[in-house]
Design a protein around this ligand. Structure first.
Ligand code: AHR
Length: 510
């Protein structure tokens, strides 16, 4: 790649007084669905040399801990719309096998609610639980909530105690179904139907446990024909009872047009903005005091595996833990994931939770070898790790003046995608910056106001001459490298970002 043809300059101003909001750590959440090899042969693999006494892989847990994921959505996804939770609890030998409609697989129910709660504890994370509002309804959601969160003395909480979990799981966040606007969803609903059902379910659930937070389904993506009317209409029903509206979005480079692909984070930015104003519209209409927040609980790159999955589900259905949605991510995918993380941080005032979908084997940063081999890190693991590690604190409002880069479908977009995060407690200021220009380096001048005494501590970058480089169990060409060469000039921090690079520049108070 010829990346030094024309070195250009972007200016970012970060002022200590101009903040977006404190970052809710749950913005670094993820997702485990009963899908493909996420659970079976992913987090759970009895007989594997790394399995613990419950069959959970310790090496996988170690990587989840390394990513420091504060919340994990479970058990779906599309899976939840035909989930019969009662089948997943009690003695394992008595649990039925079931055909699973969404992914045309066989669910053995070896791992269920209680085991997943145990796994979450081991992985140092909370559970974001989803209820089935597709093929089931209010009563089942209430029974499940009683099973999980009620101390005891009634049918379902006593059932949990008999099943060996004396203490309630106390799951705090609950999703009211999944992608209910999608015709592919079993039990798909119109916005009026869903709005009514979600409101009545939410009302009953909060009666059982008023401390829970509820997420109502937003649109499955911004291309849905009912978007954004879906958000407005459903929230008119649910406003009094819910706390968040969900967002989902996946991108892909199907056309192999990388410059344009890397502009997709601008679509994500617009999508969030549209949701914010739609939610505010409903609040205003209701003369409401409560601001509804966003839970971006599915986001990622997803396209590499799609064709193969269609074939597998059509021609070889009802397998146990088939290889599905196993995207092998490239370097350019890691760049877009980095941009998406920056976009989430830039909306820290409204996006309070977000889930990288998913966590293990299924469109995931963490992969396990199919033949009982090791666990390994995909390319997208790295931007997530760096953002989760250094993106805690307060998101700062960055004023950015960037040169443009031309794209085929998105027109001229900023070459620089950036945000700053101030961790006052740790005395750290971190700049996250992607130069998405494929052909030209970019000098970033960061003007810092109110950060006297902060000195450059570290600069890590993801860079590659091969946009299509992938990691595997055997080799890990895509991983962060330490960069040098940044420094202060005329009071501004100057760093030359390589063409097509993700950068984390850290300053520390000395
Ligand atoms: O994450 C994979 C699938 O994508 C989920 O099951 C569904 O909610 C979405 O369409």
């Amino acid at each position: 790649m010829n990346n030094v043809l024309n070195n250009r300059q972007a200016v970012m101003t970060v002022d200590r007084d101009f903040t977006i909001a404190p970052i809710d750590p749950r913005i670094f959440g993820s997702f485990i669905e009963h899908l493909g090899r996420a659970v079976y042969d992913g987090i759970y693999c009895p007989g594997h040399p790394q399995a613990d006494e419950q069959g959970f892989r310790k090496d996988v847990i170690q990587l989840v801990r390394e990513l420091n994921v504060p919340i994990v959505r479970y058990p779906g996804g599309n899976f939840v719309s035909s989930f019969v939770w009662e089948d997943s609890v009690g003695p394992v030998a008595d649990r039925p096998r079931r055909i699973e409609l969404a992914w045309r697989s066989t669910e053995t129910n070896e791992i269920g609610m209680d085991e997943f709660a145990d796994w979450a504890k081991k992985a140092g994370t909370q559970v974001m639980m989803a209820v089935n509002l597709g093929t089931r309804g209010i009563a089942d959601a209430c029974n499940l909530l009683e099973y999980c969160n009620h101390p005891g003395g009634a049918k379902y909480s006593d059932m949990r105690i008999r099943n060996g979990h004396k203490e309630p799981h106390n799951f705090k966040v609950w999703c009211l179904g999944n992608e209910m606007d999608g015709p592919w969803q079993f039990g798909h609903k119109t916005m009026e139907e869903y709005g009514r059902l979600a409101a009545e379910t939410a009302k009953a659930m909060k009666q059982i446990d008023p401390s829970i937070e509820l997420v109502s389904c937003g649109s499955s993506n911004d291309h849905m024909p009912t978007y954004p009317q879906w958000e407005a209409t459903t929230l008119e029903h649910t406003y009094d009872y819910v706390d968040y509206v969900s967002m989902h979005q996946y991108y892909g480079n199907e056309r192999n047009d990388t410059q344009d692909y890397l502009a997709c984070s601008d679509d994500m930015d617009r999508f969030i903005h549209t949701d914010e104003v739609t939610l505010d519209f409903v609040q205003a209409k209701k003369r409401g005091k409560k601001q509804i927040h966003l839970s971006f609980d599915e986001w990622n790159v997803w396209f590499h595996s799609k064709q193969q999955d269609d074939d597998s589900m059509t021609n070889r259905p009802w397998q146990v833990a088939p290889s599905l949605l196993e995207d092998h991510y490239t370097f350019e995918d890691a760049l877009l994931v980095g941009e998406m993380l920056i976009t989430l941080l830039r909306h820290a005032d409204r996006v309070k939770m977000a889930c990288l979908a998913q966590l293990v084997n299924v469109i995931a940063p963490i992969m396990t070898d199919k033949n009982g081999g090791p666990v390994w890190r995909q390319t997208i693991y790295w931007p997530f790790l760096l953002a989760s590690r250094y993106g805690r604190g307060t998101a700062m409002l960055p004023l950015v003046a960037s040169p443009k880069v031309e794209t085929s479908r998105h027109g001229a977009v900023d070459a620089l995608v950036a945000v700053a995060v101030h961790n006052e407690e740790a005395g750290e200021l971190t700049l996250f910056a992607v130069n998405r220009d494929l052909g030209r380096d970019l000098t970033l001048r960061t003007v810092l106001r109110g950060f006297e005494g902060y000195a450059l501590a570290d600069w890590q970058a993801l860079e590659s001459d091969d946009l299509k480089a992938v990691n595997s169990a055997e080799s890990q060409p895509v991983r962060p490298v330490s960069r040098t060469g940044a420094g202060f000039e005329d009071g501004a921090l100057c760093a030359t970002l390589k063409a097509a690079s993700f950068n984390v520049i850290r300053l520390k108070k000395v």
